[in-house]
Design a protein around this ligand. Sequence first.
Ligand SMILES: NC(=O)c1ccc[n+]([C@@H]2O[C@H](COP(=O)([O-])OP(=O)(O)OC[C@H]3O[C@@H](n4cnc5c(N)ncnc54)[C@H](OP(=O)(O)O)[C@@H]3O)[C@@H](O)[C@H]2O)c1
Length: 158
Amino acid sequence: MKKIIIAAVSLNDVIGIKGELPWKLPEDFRHFKNTTLGYPLIMGRKTYESFGKPLPGREHLVITRNKNYKVDYEQVKLFPNFDDALKFAEELNTNKVFIIGGGEIYKIGMDYADEMIISRVNMNAEGDAFFPEIDESIWEITDRKKYDEFEVNTYTRI
Ligand SMILES: NC(=O)c1ccc[n+]([C@@H]2O[C@H](COP(=O)([O-])OP(=O)(O)OC[C@H]3O[C@@H](n4cnc5c(N)ncnc54)[C@H](OP(=O)(O)O)[C@@H]3O)[C@@H](O)[C@H]2O)c1
């Protein structure tokens, strides 16, 4: 199973502010939906809460340390750590799993990922959540696609 990070990241590496995205980019939402539809998504509890309700057509594997955390949706499963979420995804028998953030989960997920699909948003943003540094001795850009307000760079391991 291919483990893929997907993120939208400003030029100064911001991904979020006060529990939300720092921008509204419908074209990037479409790209995110088209890329992830039908596949399981691994995410942190804060990212899950930022949605309001689950995204349709995708299993949500949410990581939290809070044993009392409750969710009311059948497509949302809770895990106490990243490894357990990944193991559950393996058992779903899909060929891909997407690691969709936020900052804390990207930091953990980067060591596991085979690929990263990064929408580099054409702005510097104010924020409190960041994408971790991409080590260019480990990752190289193997595909680029330009949109009006961002560019999608696909990174694979060297
Ligand atoms: N631009 C993008 O592509 C993108 C993508 C996703 C999110 N975001 C933004 O990023 C921000 C959220 O990111 P964030 O870094 O603050 O939070 P996050 O990574 O979404 O979630 C953090 C939470 O995950 C749980 N967690 C983290 N590490 C864990 C571990 N090792 N074991 C068990 N549980 C663990 C904890 O939940 P508990 O506190 O419940 O224990 C922690 O509070 C928001 O602003 C969101 O909009 C942006």
